[in-house]
Design a protein around this ligand. Structure first.
Ligand SMILES: Nc1ncnc2c1ncn2[C@@H]1O[C@H](COP(=O)(O)OP(=O)(O)O)[C@@H](O)[C@H]1O
Ligand SMILES: [Mg+2]
Length: 253
């Protein structure tokens, strides 16, 4: 049975897609089967993993225009369900009863096939994010260590709490993952450290003890359609993601 990991934050540019792709690459390097699902209409994860944007997408699957199996594409890296801009109409299109459970129900038929299902989410709180949280076993919340990126997360917190209450009691918030952190021994400003701790407390979770360093290679890898562990295994961010994966998923090492 697979573990469904959702990477989320309603803010853009905090490293959600990079985290999804990095985890996918590391799981594959451990010979684990991976399905990556791109729930962001911008389609960045689809592109990063080298998936074609033709054929069926997550939008088709969510709207019963195809089966989930038909929407799965195989790339050099892993299986991927892609997305594109059409997905941005979902709020108006997904109106059925149990609209929050569409993704979860759909995944039942493929869950046995994969060790990990990784879901990337859009920088918004929408029916798509709620579907992802409802289908998830675990949430990882990336944040950048800047005061402005740590503010205005009340709505995200309330959405997660509501999903836990109404749709997914077992949802496990693994923690807040600090990304794009200064390299070397440079410390974060004390106010930032304190604020991250407070945010984590509000989310009833912890700040993960592994931070992801800012690395040029992390920004370059998507252009090569390679995951970080393949594009630049020696860079700091790649090493950080590996250490993080060992911490969160020790059983696969
Ligand atoms: N550790 C990192 N070091 C340097 N650049 C990074 C790092 N993580 C992400 N980036 C870059 O920052 C930008 C935003 O990251 P991305 O993963 O797309 O965020 P999100 O999915 O939350 O919008 C991208 O250009 C990405 O390549
Ligand atoms: Mg993204």
């Amino acid at each position: 049975m697979s573990t469904v990991i959702v990477v989320t934050n309603q803010k853009g540019g905090v490293g959600k897609t990079t985290t999804c792709a990095s985890l996918a690459g590391i799981f594959r390097s451990r010979d684990k089967s991976v399905l990556a699902i791109d729930m962001d209409p911008q389609g960045n994860l689809s592109f990063s993993l080298g998936a074609d944007d033709d054929g069926f997408t997550i939008h088709d699957a969510l709207n019963a225009k195809c089966t989930i199996e038909e929407a799965i594409k195989t790339t050099d890296m892993c299986d991927v369900i892609t997305s594109n801009i059409v997905l941005s109409g979902s709020e108006l299109e997904m109106t059925a009863v149990r609209r929050e459970f569409v993704l979860k129900d759909m995944l039942k038929t493929v869950k046995a096939k994969y060790d990990f299902i990784i879901i990337d989410t859009p920088p918004a709180l929408s029916v798509l994010t709620i579907n992802a949280y409802t289908a998830a076993d675990e949430l990882i919340i990336p944040m950048t260590p800047e005061i402005l990126s740590l503010q205005g997360l009340t709505q995200l917190k309330e959405t997660i709490i509501a999903v836990k209450k109404y749709y997914n009691k077992k949802l496990w918030i693994r923690g807040i993952l600090l990304t794009k952190c200064p390299s070397g021994k440079q410390l974060l400003a004390a106010e930032v450290e304190e604020m991250v701790r407070l945010v984590a407390k509000q989310f009833d979770t912890e700040v993960l003890p592994i931070k992801i360093t800012n690395s040029v290679a992390a920004a370059e890898a998507p252009a090569h359609q390679e995951t970080l562990n393949i594009y630049s295994p020696g860079c700091r961010a790649a090493k950080d993601y590996l250490t993080l994966t060992k911490l969160l998923y020790p059983d696969i090492f």
